[in-house]
Design a protein around this ligand. Structure first.
Ligand code: NAP
Length: 488
């Protein structure tokens, strides 16, 4: 089965921070893949902008290398690469000064096409860029801006940033990226919930025992130590990515699949989240791997602060106070240097109310697990009879649907960034966070962080290559439950 590619209209995309890590690793290789897929029209222009002095050819060379390194393509068709690079240009610009703005204005003059400005720079520059786009006449009502994470570091800074952007742009022009929302399975989550009759009637506290969301990484903080240490897992992952997954799994069915209908429902979930009690939080910092201390530094060495209190792991339990979910715990867990790279949402259903099988002493639960990465797919655990003689003994087996297997090798795999950029061009905000959503997420997050800061809590250590702290396991055990194994 091959997916249909609908070309978008010609557009101009300006990428501020076009020489940066994100642009080279994700944005430009993603655009190239869209170009190969036939989705990027010939007339589209991609204009990169940053302070480094460079001409168009120098930039094209940089991006040709980036596509070779990060494009994920076995063979790069030379003719396509040449044609794609011809659509790129480069402007030397300073977001904080006047250099380069006249040149960019000249390039953007008089086009009546979609104009998108991607802020792939430090958030400290978002306000400067918005202001200058207006000063130089580029913030017209048709312009769109794409804003990267992190969007603030608490409620106050997020409000300030929202207010700054709102001075120059309408909310309908602002695309706040959370790349988790661009993942195929995340959208499939909505398709599974709202496109099937099977699940929705069971999707509530009466039938669901609990829900787990795990985003596990094997990497440490790497070269981002200084940035990460000011942030930590709660700000870096829970406030945005895990929160978005929680919203999609818990929200009410929107009346339509349109941006505001979906985002209204997500917002209601965030606003219904209970505060998190101190003993429902387990924070950790990774230690070296047992027997392999030389291989990777521990967290504190990696960030260069022997007294750091920032968490590289967090597990917590929360509740959603509404009719659908009252009484059903949601367990969230994310961390670095864990045993495997895996993102998974698991819905654990309740046991049957009564077992009619005398020989069977087991506890059986249907478990629906939605894997985001790697191997995107869905598994439904069902209970069946153990084959052979021996009476009605029951076992749990998975009904496994790997999307790659089920849909065939030819199915086009579209990276989250590719999809989201094309959505910006199409003007579809469904998979982007609205300003009030971001603020509501911080309003829930802030007191949790302030709580552990006020209590002076220090994260517990966990071994690299393990699945987090002992206390994280305790959090589940106390409730008579267990985390799903983190498997690649
Ligand atoms: P980066 O590698 O540090 O790149 C920053 C870019 O901004 C460079 O192109 C830099 O180029 C440009 N820049 C810096 N100061 C400037 C100024 N005054 N005027 C114009 N351009 C300026 O950062 P990044 O990793 O690409 O991240 C970009 C954004 O994406 C950040 O908000 C980050 O939080 C977010 N993000 C990144 C990733 C990732 O995987 N990298 C993932 C999620 C979110 P010059 O030095 O040439 O000016």
């Amino acid at each position: 089965m091959v997916s249909r590619v609908i070309p978008v209209d010609p557009f101009d995309l300006v990428i501020f921070g076009g020489t940066g890590d994100l642009a080279r690793r994700k944005i430009l290789p993603g655009l190239f893949r869209r170009f190969i897929a036939g989705q990027m029209p010939a007339g589209a222009r991609i204009i990169a902008a940053a302070r480094t002095e460079m001409d168009d050819d120098g930039y094209r060379e940089m991006i040709a290398e980036a596509i070779t390194e990060f494009g994920g393509l076995k063979n790069i068709p030379e003719d396509k690469l040449t044609a794609f690079l011809a659509q790129l240009s480069y402007v030397t610009i300073d977001a904080k000064g006047t250099d380069g703005w006249a040149a960019l204005q000249e390039l953007m003059k008089g086009t009546d096409r979609v104009e998108a400005y991607y802020f792939s720079v430090s958030p400290a520059l978002f306000g400067d860029l918005a202001e200058r786009l207006q000063q130089w006449g580029m913030a017209d009502k048709d312009a769109r801006i794409v804003v990267e994470k992190p969007f603030g570091r608490d409620l106050e800074t997020a409000k300030t940033l929202n207010a700054t952007l709102a001075t120059y742009f309408d909310e309908s022009q602002i695309y706040r990226i959370d790349h988790y929302l661009g993942k195929e399975t995340v959208q499939n989550l909505m398709a599974v919930r709202f496109g099937n009759m099977l699940f929705e009637p069971l999707w509530n506290a009466q039938y669901v025992d609990h829900i787990q969301i795990t985003v596990a990484e094997t990497v440490g903080v790497g070269g981002r130590g200084e940035y990460y240490d000011k942030s930590g897992a709660m700000r870096d992952m829970v406030q945005n990515h895990l929160m978005q997954l929680l919203c999609l799994i818990a929200m009410e069915p929107p009346a339509r699949f349109d941006p505001d209908a979906v985002r209204d429902e997500k917002l209601k979930v965030i606003r219904a989240l209970d505060p998190v009690l101190p003993h429902h939080i387990a924070r950790g910092q990774y230690d070296a791997e047992p027997g392999n201390a030389e291989a990777q530094p521990n967290y504190r060495d990696a960030v260069g602060d022997p007294r750091s209190k920032t968490e590289s792991f967090i597990a917590l339990k929360t509740h959603i106070s509404n009719w659908r979910w009252a009484g059903t715990p949601f367990y969230l867990r994310t961390g670095k240097r864990m045993s495997a790279r895996s993102s998974e949402i698991t819905v654990v259903f309740k046991e049957t109310p009564h077992s009619i099988f005398a020989e069977d002493a087991g506890r059986h639960r249907n478990v629906l697990s939605i894997r985001l990465q790697p191997n995107e797919g869905i598994t439904l655990g069902v209970t069946i009879k153990e084959p052979g003689p021996g009476g009605m003994r029951l076992i749990d087996v998975p009904l496994d649907m790997s999307f790659a297997e089920a849909l065939g090798e030819d199915t086009e795999q579209v990276d989250a960034y590719e999809r989201l950029i094309m959505d910006v061009i199409r003007g579809n905000q469904t998979l982007f966070m609205r300003g009030d959503e971001v603020e509501a997420a911080w309003a829930w997050t802030d007191p949790i962080i302030q709580g552990w800061e006020a209590r002076g809590e220090v994260p517990k250590f966990y071994d690299s290559g393990s699945d987090g702290t002992v206390e994280s396991g305790e959090l589940m055990r106390r409730d008579g439950r267990a985390w799903r194994e983190v498997s690649p």
